[in-house]
Ligand binder design. Structure first.
Ligand code: ZN
Length: 250
């Protein structure tokens, strides 16, 4: 972690992304402004050619900060990936929440439940941006206050009875153990893996992961680290799990 600033310093996070973007000739773009904060998107030239891309987002829940710093740490050490495969990254989707340590936006809206709405000022810019992009792998990085270890969602799409989920968790286990709960949010967990069916979405709205699956058909993992553990180990677990997922897919 970075000793000279707090975990909720959005400016510091974005400054480092700007530096990484310059070093790797990435396209650093202000996608929109939401709740008075700029929301940034980072891509490369390869993604413009419509080759199947790597999509990673973090910080849609602003209080899950290790997701954002873990993605940054992964990017710092991933020059080869950032310059050789098509990427589109959202380093912090809810900056107002990041700064205010809030899961929701300024009005109390959970931004991970509005992806089924036709028109919402937050998602409409993202939908437009993704229109011409094909996605091979999408990762949504999260944290969980109730978790006692790492776990992930690997939505059941009929053809994912492989070992990817286990491999990703095994990588993360170098930093943090698996969550030991047998059910999470009412869903069964097996060795840290939840396989929700896509026809059984959360009752309170459509999450980003489901949108990505339905509109882009990409393989998707939602990765979770336990918010009560030390920031350093959570950042490390996030980074290790991203690294392994990318290795498997590309
Ligand atoms: Zn979350």
């Amino acid at each position: 972690m970075h000793a000279n600033h707090s975990a909720h310093n959005y400016q510091a996070l974005i400054d480092q992304w700007r530096t990484i973007s310059q070093k790797n000739s990435l396209i650093f773009n202000k996608l929109t402004v939401y709740d008075q904060f700029p929301v940034f998107e980072i891509s490369n030239q390869l993604v413009q050619r419509n080759e199947p891309a790597l999509y990673i987002s973090s910080g849609i829940h602003g209080d899950e900060v290790a997701a954002c710093w873990g993605l940054l740490d992964w990017a710092k050490q991933s020059h080869d990936i950032l310059t050789s495969i098509p990427i589109i990254l959202f380093p912090c989707l809810n900056p107002w929440g990041f700064v205010h340590n809030s899961r929701t936006d300024k009005r109390g809206q959970d931004l991970n439940r509005i992806w089924g709405m036709d028109k919402h000022p937050f998602t409409e810019k993202i939908f437009l941006r993704l229109e011409k992009i094909s996605i091979l792998l999408s990762l949504n990085l999260h944290e969980d206050f109730d978790a006692n270890g790492i776990y992930l969602y690997d939505p059941y799409i009929g053809n994912n009875q492989d070992s990817w989920a286990d491999n990703i968790l095994n990588a993360g286990k170098k930093s943090l153990p698996l969550d030991r709960r047998e059910t999470i949010e009412g869903r069964a967990v097996h060795n840290g893996v939840i396989r929700p069916r896509i026809d059984n979405p959360p009752e309170d709205g459509i999450p980003e992961a489901l949108y990505l699956l339905e509109k882009h058909g990409s393989r998707n993992f939602t990765i979770e680290t336990p918010s009560e553990e030390s920031l350093r180990t959570r950042i490390s677990a996030q980074k290790l799990m991203i690294e392994e997922a990318v290795r498997l897919a590309f």
